[in-house]
Design a protein around this ligand. Structure first.
Ligand SMILES: Cc1cc2nc3c(=O)[nH]c(=O)nc-3n(C[C@H](O)[C@H](O)[C@H](O)COP(=O)(O)OP(=O)(O)OC[C@H]3O[C@@H](n4cnc5c(N)ncnc54)[C@H](O)[C@@H]3O)c2cc1C
Length: 405
């Protein structure tokens, strides 16, 4: 896109300057002049100009692409040390669903060095085809290689949908690719579907305005339709009896192709908390009342062999580690059982737990929004209810031990 100012028509009235929030336009010799470094091409000045002297041109719209050439759903995979990340299987499940609705192929793209043995089993998770770009250099992630290789593959194969994990790595390469391809990218989606009316548009849902509303975004004029999706948003699909077509591309990359150099990968000292893969999560919110009181949550979690989590308020109050925050700005989880104690159920919290199989809420307020999504609700004081549940579980375990003995 570009902005052109017709100096002959410009009257120098200054309406455009007042309309620009970014100081992207000024007066020079009594006529409007663009400051390209500041202009964000929002078009406010175009609308403000009373004589139509400012024109915004969308060169891309002018040379419209032929959308019908684009077919297929792609997932861009990720691995660490050649172990495929769990969220890739979750995306394959969703990708399969979308591909079936569109009646097209589902392809997984992998860039790695020693993934050969894992390729066949990817069919069991729904992939019709795996394109594996292989090079010893791809043991680690390099932004430039990912961007160059994936962009070239997209240009060659023309998929209509490209899904990427909203992980630090996905968030790094996906926007660069979308910029190169001049297409839209919807970040941090929580839901994906195919538009019933057009039968070809991807509906990309994500929280917006601080998570207060859910927006559904479409990419009608460009291809591919690109989205990043947070790990934990979808379930790993049930395995199916399927073998994918496999295409291996030997990447001829050299060290000199990379401008960054990985000096050292430092493992975290602490045991990593994997909330995304936990089967049972017990979480506390403001209702817990203090850091010390979190002990009752930890006690229950211990009995259930569960992970402990918290709401953002619990994190902000310093009651629990930020790594354990669940929700829009924390982790998205999909446990078999989620127990929310003293958590009101704000939308930003709910988006992180919607994939839980069973949600149990304990809250003294019967109107707390958490009860809208809870499968089981206990209205009461958590300081009495939680220890009572813990005691009961201990008692049942003891009984079980005695019975077995
Ligand atoms: C951009 C943005 C991103 C956000 N991201 C997140 C996020 O990722 N995760 C997140 O959690 N929040 C997030 N929030 C904050 C969110 O809006 C809420 O403020 C937060 O979730 C509330 O936390 P809470 O439920 O612990 O506290 P509150 O809303 O204060 O709720 C406390 C609850 O405890 C109950 N209670 C109190 N005492 C007891 C008792 N003795 N027994 C039983 N129940 C009791 C109360 O009835 C109440 O329902 C975000 C907000 C914004 C604007």
């Amino acid at each position: 896109m570009s902005i052109k100012i017709d100096r002959e028509n410009c009257t120098g009235c200054g309406s455009c300057i007042n309309s620009c929030l970014y100081g992207g336009i000024t007066l020079f010799d009594g006529k409007a002049k663009l400051i390209p470094e500041k202009c964000i091409l929002c078009g406010a000045c175009v609308e403000a100009c009373p004589v139509g002297a400012i024109i915004i041109k969308d060169e891309k719209k002018e040379k419209k692409i032929d959308i019908s050439q684009y077919k297929g759903v792609w997932i861009i995979g990720e691995h660490y040390n050649n172990k495929i990340k769990n969220y890739v299987y979750q995306l394959l499940g969703k990708g399969r669903e979308l591909a079936d609705k569109l009646k097209v192929e589902l392809t997984l793209i992998l860039l790695g060095s020693e993934l050969d043995e894992n390729l066949e089993e990817l069919g069991m998770y729904g992939a019709d085809r795996v394109i594996y770009v292989k090079s010893p250099l791809l043991r680690n992630y390099y932004s430039e290689i990912y961007v160059n290789v994936i962009t070239d593959l997209i240009i060659e194969y023309k998929p209509e949908i490209v899904l990427v994990g909203a992980t630090p790595i996905g968030r790094d390469f996906a926007p660069r690719i979308s910029k190169r391809l001049q297409t839209g990218l919807t970040a941090d989606c929580t839901g994906l579907d195919i538009d019933q009316e057009t039968r070809n548009l991807l509906l990309q849902t994500r929280p917006t305005f601080g998570g207060n509303i859910m927006a559904t975004i479409r990419t009608p004029n460009s291809r591919p339709q690109m989205s990043t999706i947070r790990p934990g948003m979808f379930k790993v699909p049930k395995k199916m009896d399927k073998k994918p077509k496999i295409k291996i591309i030997e990447g001829k990359f050299k060290e000199s192709d990379i401008s960054t150099n990985i000096v050292k990968i430092i493992k975290r000292g602490k045991k990593r908390i994997n909330l995304e893969e936990a089967q049972i999560v017990v979480a506390g919110g403001r209702g817990i009342g203090s850091k010390e009181n979190f002990k009752i949550i930890k006690d229950l979690a211990k009995e259930l062999n569960a992970e402990v989590a918290g709401s953002r308020v619990a994190v902000e109050l310093g009651w629990i580690d930020p790594e354990r925050q669940v929700g829009q700005t924390g982790k998205t989880i999909s446990p078999r059982l989620y127990i929310a104690c003293g958590i009101s159920g704000a939308i930003q919290h709910k988006v992180g737990i919607l994939c839980s199989d069973i949600i149990v809420a304990i809250n003294k307020d019967p109107n707390a929004p958490i009860f809208e999504i809870a499968h089981y609700g206990i209205v009461g004081d958590l300081h009495k209810v939680v220890p009572a549940i813990t005691r009961e579980i201990r008692r049942l375990k003891e009984e079980e031990k005695v019975r077995k003995y």
